[in-house]
Every structure is written in structure tokens, then in C-alpha cells.
Design a protein. Structure first.
Length: 552
């Protein structure tokens, strides 16, 4: 079935790959890794010969890579080019002996039958401070190897870039090609996450998370520096421990500083590219893989990470279960799970980001929203100051579009007003979630009442993941939602839940009713509520009997 619709899609979008090896590669990867929507998006995007798409590959720690690693990575570059994305390779200014390693990389690419050219003066700084990028785009099949130098006309000098983030920013800001991806390859890989046992963040929405990440990494670096110096007030045992751990502290601090630089590179580079552009950080080891688990190849085809960032971290693998759950310790002991050979654990995907607004109004009124029905509004004239208010016109529009039904807004507000837990809005109402308090008054729970993503962005930008991550962080102990039993999204919901009940289930007390819904619940698996029949009965009863507010 999968092969059939891939074959149909390639015909539909008039895909033509003259190289038999290239066509086989595209077909095999599409068949094994992507959804129908992703396959169609990829074919439309990268197989149009009239439009060239480029990726910048920023290479760190190249001087520490063996010939075997560089050869393997060159094969990945060949695959990326075959898939329709033209790579530009950029060396890190901190690389020792740049000329030697650029030639080394050039030789390895030639061994893969790739054409490459070394660019020694990619940026010219004019007398007036202007920047000009000089890349010999002789052919889309020639791969530039860009050395991190810039030529200063006023001083008639060639200097090595001192700040990699500024160099990358200047490069993309002044280049006249379509850069779709920014790949950063290093020995450390993606940005570390405490939530993931110091393994890499799966996805980072920079507009939302950049400042917090930078502040947290800076704080960690300061603590490491402080512990390294000591304060003179430590006893002999503590001083000896510091001395014995000196090398580890230095290594940890060096690695943390590298991650901080990587974050800055991604933030500045993507800030100068369209919102559709994607960033990715991973290791050389992961980037060398010739399997479907290669994060670079996978991202070219899907524009996303190998796993979803909203998958819970508490699920443990069982026989036959997908490896999507393997980030957790294999036993009850809270040991770290790290592996430089596991692509998922060392890869972070980035987007420039999309703005997020959270409205924590228990009751909606004229002071905090616009678009209230007359039955709920005291004013007949809406205020022009709407920037900090919830726009119910747009809420209504996205719900109607997503569900393909018309919401009876007045009926809906009659039910939820006064019991709203939170309303999350992503972008210009491209995604929303409405959460309410339900259940008995003395023991209410949070219920995801409405979740909608605009049709044109379903499956892109990670909007669904962003919303679910926010909800899980905001309500980590107990979150409930329901879905029709025939909903095609139920598998996605199941992967993100602690448990699921069919709402036709008989939980005793003669309260059983037929229902078309399944109930999903999320939270700490140790939460006593999830092991309490009375609490599960509350979930089922109150959620099952919620009356929909659709117009007839």
C-alpha cells in the first residue's frame, strides 16, 4: 500500500530523477519513513528543477574526526544532494589548520564522485562596512567548501572570523539563494535537556525558548567555573574532590560553552532566514549513518525530528514496543541514558519560532477578549485595543475550519465560562487549545476541551508538539481529553497519554452508558488518581456527558 501511494505521488507531481540510483534512494526512503503528506510536500519542494534549495552544513571539531568518519559523512552529503538539496559546507573558525582540513574534506568528497571547490575568501567587507558574499555558483552540482575568512577592503587584509555566529549570520544575510536548512555537526551533538536525562532536546522553538535556554546554560557555566576556582572555605575532603574532578569540570565546562555557541549560531542564523527554514544539530556519528535513522536525511524528507518532542519521557519499553520510548532509564533507578550512537539522543531540531500567547482567564468578558456574543457581552462597541485580548472571532474560525463544523459560541461559553483553566494560542491563531476545569467541585481536573490546528499547517512547524508540550508543563500531574473512537489521530494521542479508557466501559454504580468517545489521561504514572477506580469513574462520567456545542 505504501509503495503504491508513493508511486502515485511521484507521478502526480511529475517527479523525474534521471539517475536510477538516485530514484531508488528517494523511493526507498519515502517508503520507509514518511507520511503521505510529507512525501507529497517533499516531492513538490525538492524535485522541481526550476527552483534550487540549499542547506548550509556548519562543521565543528573537524580536526578531531578520523578519515573513516569524514568518508562516512561525505556519503551523507552525497545522499542529501541526490535528494535534491544543494549543500554548502562551512568550516568552524576554531578548527585547527583550516587549510589542511578543507583540502581533506575536498578529497573525501571527490572520492564520492562529488564536485567541490574550496572558497578561501567568502565574505568581503567593503570600505563603508558593507558585506558581499563571493561564492562561485558555477553549477548547482558543485559543493562549496567555505573557509571562515573575510577580506577587509579598507585594510587590504584577510582575517579569520572571530565569532562563528556572526560569520554565519553575515553569510546567510547577504547570500542570494534559497537556504532551506541549517545543519550544525559537532562531536557533542544537540542541546542537552535535563528533562531528557541530559540527552538532547528533540525540538526547540527559538522565539519561545531561546532566552530561557541561554540563561540556564549561562547559570550552569557559572556554577562550573565557581566550583573549579574554589572559594578558599572548603575543607580538605572537598578540596581533594575538586582536585580529583578538575579534568571533568573543565571538560563539562568546555562542552557547555560549545552548546551555548551552537545555540547562538542557530538563533542568529535562523533569524535571518524565512520562518520555513529549519535548523538541526547532531553528531558526526549520527550524520554518518546510512540507515533511515540518519537525522539529516530524515529531516530533508520530513522537516522534523526523528521522534516527536511531545512524547512523554516516562514510558518504558516493552516487548514489541517502538523505540520511541527508550529515553527512560531501563529500571527504577534514575540512571542516565546516553549513547553517541543513538541519533535521537544527540539531535535537536530548531525553528525560528512562532509566537505563543497563554490566556489564563477563568471567565471571558469584555475586558479580556473581543468577539463575545451579545448574550455574554455588556458592551455593544468593541475596543480597538485588542493586542492583549483573546480574539473569539479567530478562535471560532479555527475551530470551525479544523472540525469542519460550526461552533455555537454562545452555547459553548454558557458551559465553559467561569471554568476556564487556560487558553493557548500559537501564532496568529494557527493553533489553539482550550482547557477547562471539570468534575466534582471539591476535586476538579483539567480537561482539554478543544484542540485545533489550521488545516494548512497540520503536520508542519511542530505546532501540535508545541501545544502539547506547553500543556504538559503547565498541568504535569493530571490532564484529560476525549476523542471519537474512529478519530485517525488516536494513535498520536495514545502515544502521549498515560492511559486510555473507552467511555462505554462499565465502572460500576449502575452508571454505564454507550459512548462514541475514548478518554485519554496524562500525568505522572505514580499519580494515585490513575490507580483509583473512583477517580477514573469521575473522569468517565463527567467527560462522557459533556454536551457538544455544534450548530445543528
Amino acid at each position: 500500500m505504501i509503495k503504491t501511494w508513493v508511486r502515485c505521488l511521484t507521478t502526480e507531481v511529475k517527479y523525474h530523477q534521471p539517475n536510477a540510483h538516485g530514484r531508488n534512494l528517494v523511493m526507498s526512503v519515502l517508503n520507509s519513513t514518511v507520511t503521505k503528506r510529507e512525501a507529497k510536500d517533499y516531492l513538490n519542494k525538492y524535485t522541481d528543477g526550476n527552483k534550487l534549495n540549499y542547506c548550509i552544513v556548519f562543521l565543528r571539531h573537524l580536526s578531531e574526526c578520523s578519515d573513516t568518519v569524514i568518508s562516512g559523512f561525505s556519503k551523507t552529503i552525497s545522499r542529501i544532494q541526490t535528494l535534491g538539496l544543494r549543500p554548502l559546507l562551512v568550516l568552524d573558525p576554531s578548527c585547527q589548520d583550516i587549510t589542511y582540513h578543507s583540502r581533506r574534506l575536498d578529497n573525501n568528497l571527490h572520492q564520492q564522485s562529488l564536485k567541490s571547490i574550496i572558497v578561501s575568501d567568502p565574505i568581503t567587507v567593503g570600505n563603508a562596512g558593507s558585506f558581499e558574499v563571493n561564492l562561485p555558483m558555477l553549477s548547482p552540482h558543485i559543493i562549496p567548501i567555505i573557509e571562515p575568512y573575510q577580506y577587509n577592503e579598507s585594510e587590504a587584509s584577510r582575517k579569520l572570523a572571530s565569532d562563528p555566529s556572526e560569520f554565519m549570520s553575515s553569510l546567510v544575510k547577504n547570500i542570494s539563494i534559497n537556504i532551506d536548512k541549517v545543519f550544525l555537526i559537532s562531536k557533542f551533538g544537540g542541546l542537552p535537556s535535563i528533562e531528557r536525562h541530559t540527552n538532547s532536546h528533540v525540538f526547540v522553538n527559538l522565539s519561545q525558548e531561546y532566552e530561557d535556554l541561554r540563561r540556564n546554560y549561562l547559570s550552569q557555566s557559572n556554577r562550573l567555573t565557581s566550583s573549579q576556582k574554589g572559594d578558599g572555605g572548603k575543607d580538605l575532603v572537598e578540596s581533594l574532590q575538586l582536585y580529583m574532578n578538575k579534568d571533568k569540570i573543565l571538560n563539562d565546562n568546555d562542552q557547555l560553552k560549545c552548546h551555548m555557541e551552537d545555540l547562538e549560531i542557530m538563533n542568529k542564523t535562523l533569524s535571518n532566514l524565512p520562518h520555513t527554514s529549519t535548523g538541526l544539530i547532531t553528531t558526526f556519528t549520527a550524520g554518518c549513518k546510512l540507515t533511515d535513522n540518519n537525522p539529516l536525511v530524515y529531516n530533508v524528507l520530513t522537516d522534523r525530528s526523528l521522534i516527536s518532542s511531545s512524547l512523554p519521557r516516562f514510558k518504558r519499553s516493552t516487548a514489541g514496543q517502538s523505540k520511541s520510548w527508550y529515553e527512560l532509564p531501563p529500571s527504577d533507578q534514575e540512571e542516565e541514558v546516553t549513547s553517541t550512537n543513538d541519533s535521537v539522543l544527540v539531535t535537536t531540531v530548531f525553528k525560528k519560532g512562532i509566537d505563543i500567547h497563554v490566556f489564563d482567564y477563568r471567565t471571558l468578558d469584555d475586558q479580556n477578549c473581543i468577539g463575545l456574543p451579545s448574550s455574554h457581552s455588556a458592551n455593544t462597541i468593541e475596543s480597538e485595543q485588542t493586542s492583549n485580548k483573546l480574539n473569539l472571532h479567530k478562535v471560532n474560525e479555527i475551530i470551525n475550519s479544523s472540525f469542519k463544523k460550526s461552533l455555537d459560541l454562545s452555547h459553548y461559553l454558557d458551559r465553559i465560562n467561569g471554568n476556564i483553566a487556560s487558553i493557548i494560542v500559537v501564532g496568529d491563531y494557527e493553533g489553539i487549545s482550550i482547557l477547562t476545569y471539570e468534575g466534582p467541585e471539591d476535586h476538579q481536573f483539567v480537561y482539554l476541551d478543544k484542540f485545533a490546528v489550521t488545516q494548512k499547517l497540520k503536520g508542519s512547524l511542530g505546532i501540535s508538539d508545541i501545544i502539547f508540550n506547553l500543556m504538559f508543563r503547565k498541568f504535569p500531574d493530571e490532564l484529560i481529553w476525549r476523542s471519537r473512537e474512529d478519530n485517525v489521530v488516536n494513535k498520536w494521542y495514545f502515544q502521549r497519554s498515560t492511559g486510555v479508557l473507552h467511555l462505554s466501559l462499565d465502572l460500576g454504580q449502575d452508571d454505564q452508558k454507550d459512548s462514541i468517545f475514548k478518554l485519554f489521561y496524562y500525568g505522572n504514572p505514580e499519580n494515585e488518581s490513575f490507580h483509583n477506580v473512583d477517580r477514573l469513574r469521575d473522569y468517565a462520567k463527567y467527560v462522557r456527558d459533556i454536551v457538544p456545542s455544534w450548530k445543528k
